[in-house]
Design a protein around this ligand. Structure first.
Ligand code: NAD
Length: 653
């Protein structure tokens, strides 16, 4: 993907962090000027406290269906009032598998996109998506998240949202300009202990919280060297690119929430250190056969990367990142203040421990168990027993995100939180390169960090009742979810048949179907789609589509893959009565059959390697459903058969 910058691939090295305190007043003054937030464009305003518009149903598109995306697909799909309407993976079979799993679980079939690195664009073009969830390798997050907002979608991005300061600012600006929310999909913010720690902190149990400690200590060596676990070795390869705190957010985010970052305080500086890079090479030496491709790699990221983050209120947070050495898992999760402290991962009975005045005066730790109950967050109480990945927090995150959108509430995690939590990635690169000198953290809120706001410490609220009702899509074009026609000069986006082939726009025009032009099929006047190389037809997935008119028949125009796919089209009239008819579109290479007639036969087709297969003709067919001419059509429900592709629809007199 051309747009993925060298900078992001290299961990945001020298991404604009500014050195502080190196040589006295002059550098600091320069730093302040250089680190001033870039000005907002005219009309661009903050997203702080901006609620979602209320959605009756939240329609989610998923990009990246590997370990994480595949798992999260089920979590999103089981939230009441949430429908997964599209799935995408560069490996199309993974998207197809997830679609099949959702159908097997009784969910509607989502549109399937995949095959190329631009396939996600077709998903973003779908009108029936409100929220995009991105779980691709890190190097794709920025471009995909930005494009999602530009396409008018809210976006939840797996860790990290981006890896350079330029990209982080770009995401903040894109959110503010498009008025779409971006959230880091930080599931650990929804952990039971993390949320109880937050509540205790906000309740003042620890006094003024002056310091916190979090991170990501996870022995990933076996997975990093496992052929096939991380697709194309993407995660191991990051360790060849830069010395950086790649993935501290699971620990930093909950601690920052408990310390009111962007809600009364803000990060001001990052000083980072890195140990030598030893762990991965040592593991490879002992466990990876000579000749394995990893033997060509040189690991440069330190085994332990530590960031010291200073805050405007004089507080301090320490983060640690180590995925390269043997150790039990920990996100550390600790905060301490003038009256007491909390420590996660302590090895105590509940896994966490506390000590605070005036209750405790004997210098002895207390198990967190009873306090965890006392300060239980309402989300944890409400969704206890719901199951889900990572001890339930994956489902809580999905449920809460959908609830916020359905209810029209302010997000718990906004673009400013997300950018701040990820900023130590590029800033650690800068600071490590400067032997640990403090570098300045930009204020992504542009001055709005000082006001207390609830964030994750939210008021109790409920999911809107019922599963939500999908309103009919405004037109067939609003339901488009497949790129079936491409230009011979740009074949790559095409995927009519699920293997990257598509109709040639030029040959269809020669056969009488020109983009945007009106044609007649079975007596109905129908407009041919305009989007060449964009989504321009819809696969039958049971979508309900608004259609007006009175006449003798509803005419549908399209084509099929597989062998003569067919299904029932249901027409609802404005008086509430319905009529249905079975329609068939033969395979696009086949002659007319099953009651379908040929509208156009185009010579050859576009393949991923260009126009070809000229010995065949690829056809567009028409079929119809008989109507009661006395009644007015209100909606059309497409068949549930994604081998049926619809390009146009109209009512014949
Ligand atoms: N929050 C958590 O608890 C958690 C847990 C695991 C992973 N993650 C995050 O999830 C993301 C994915 O990690 P993973 O372990 O699932 O990796 P993975 O390699 O298993 O999955 C990545 C998927 O993205 C696909 N992909 C790659 N490039 C693409 C593109 N341009 N368009 C569409 N699809 C593309 C790959 O084919 C693959 O299926 C990472 O950001 C990771 O940090 C988060």
């Amino acid at each position: 993907m051309a747009e993925i910058s060298r900078r992001s691939l290299f961990g945001g090295a020298l991404a604009g962090g500014v050195v502080l305190g190196m040589g006295g007043a002059a550098p600091v003054a320069m730093a302040a000027a250089a680190a001033a937030p870039p000005p907002r464009q005219t009309g661009q305003t903050s997203m702080i406290d901006v609620p979602f518009a209320a959605h009756s149903v939240v329609r989610v598109g998923l990009i990246g269906l590997g370990n994480r995306g595949g798992g999260m697909s089920g979590e999103w799909a089981r939230v009441p009032g949430c429908v997964v309407t599209a799935v995408c993976d560069i490996r199309r079979d993974r998207a197809q598998n997830v679609a099949d799993q959702l159908v097997a679980a009784g969910r509607p079939r989502p549109a399937v996109h995949g095959g190329t690195d631009v396939s996600y664009q077709a998903l973003l073009d779908q009108a029936d998506i409100d929220l995009v969830y991105i779980a691709t390798p890190w190097e794709f997050h920025y471009v995909q998240a930005r494009d999602a907002m530009l396409a008018g979608k809210h976006v939840a991005v797996e860790l990290p949202i981006a890896t350079s300061l330029t990209e982080l600012w770009s995401l903040v600006d894109t959110s503010e300009r498009t008025r779409k929310h971006l959230m880091l999909a930080e599931n650990c913010c929804y952990g039971a202990d993390e949320l109880a720690m937050l509540k205790m902190s906000r309740a003042g149990v620890f006094g003024e919280v002056t310091n916190g400690h979090g991170g990501y200590l996870h022995d990933l060596r076996a997975l990093l060297f496992n052929d096939g676990y991380y697709t194309d070795d993407w995660r191991r390869l990051w360790h060849t690119r830069s010395k950086a705190s790649f993935y501290h957010m699971h620990g930093l985010a909950p601690v920052s929430a408990a310390m009111n970052i962007n809600r009364g305080d803000r990060y001001t500086t990052v000083s980072a250190t890195s140990t030598a890079a030893r762990g991965l090479a040592d593991y490879r030496q002992r466990f990876v056969p000579q000749g394995h491709r990893s033997w060509n790699e040189t690991y440069i990221n330190g085994d332990l990367v530590t960031c010291h983050i200073g805050t405007a209120n004089g507080h301090n947070i320490r983060t640690e990142h180590d995925v390269s050495t043997p150790r039990p898992y920990s996100r550390i999760n600790s905060v301490a203040g003038t009256r007491g402290l909390f420590e996660g991962y302590s090895g105590s009975a509940s896994g966490s421990r506390v000590y605070f005045e005036p209750a405790h005066t004997d210098h002895g730790w207390r198990d967190f168990g009873t306090y965890g109950e006392q300060y239980k967050h309402w989300l944890v109480a409400k969704l206890a027993g719901s199951g889900g990945g990572h001890g339930g927090m994956d489902f809580i995150m999905a449920w809460r995100t959908v609830q916020l959108m359905r209810s029209g509430l302010v997000p718990d995690i906004d673009v400013y939180d997300s950018a701040a939590w990820c900023a130590p990635i590029p800033l650690s690169v800068d600071s490590i390169a400067l032997s640990g000198a403090a570098v300045e953290v930009p204020d992504f809120t542009r001055g709005d960090w000082g006001t207390a706001r609830p964030g994750l410490d939210s008021a109790v609220s409920d999911m809107p009742t019922g599963g939500g009702t999908l309103t009919p899509l405004a037109s067939l074009a609003a339901a488009f979810d497949n790129v079936g026609i491409t230009s011979e000069t740009n074949v790559k986006p095409g995927d009519f048949d699920g293997t990257g082939n598509s109709f040639s726009a030029e040959k269809l025009a020669a056969a009488g179907l020109t983009a945007g032009a009106t044609f007649t099929a079975l007596g109905a006047s129908i407009k041919w789609p305009t989007g060449i190389g964009k989504i321009n037809n819809v696969m039958g997935r049971g979508q309900v589509i608004k259609q007006t008119g009175k006449g003798s028949k509803l005419v549908v125009v399209g084509s099929g893959i597989g062998t003569a796919p067919s299904g029932a089209v249901v027409v609802k009239y404005t008086d509430g009565t319905t009529v249905s008819g079975t329609i068939t579109f033969p395979n696009w290479t086949a002659p007319a059959a099953g009651g379908a007639t040929v509208v156009a036969a185009s010579v050859g087709r576009n393949r991923q390697n260009g126009y070809g297969d000229t010995g065949y003709s690829y056809k567009i067919f028409a079929h119809s459903v008989t109507l009661d001419p006395a009644k007015t059509v209100d909606t059309v429900t497409l068949p549930v058969n994604s081998n049926l592709h619809f390009f146009g629809m109209g009512v014949a007199p």
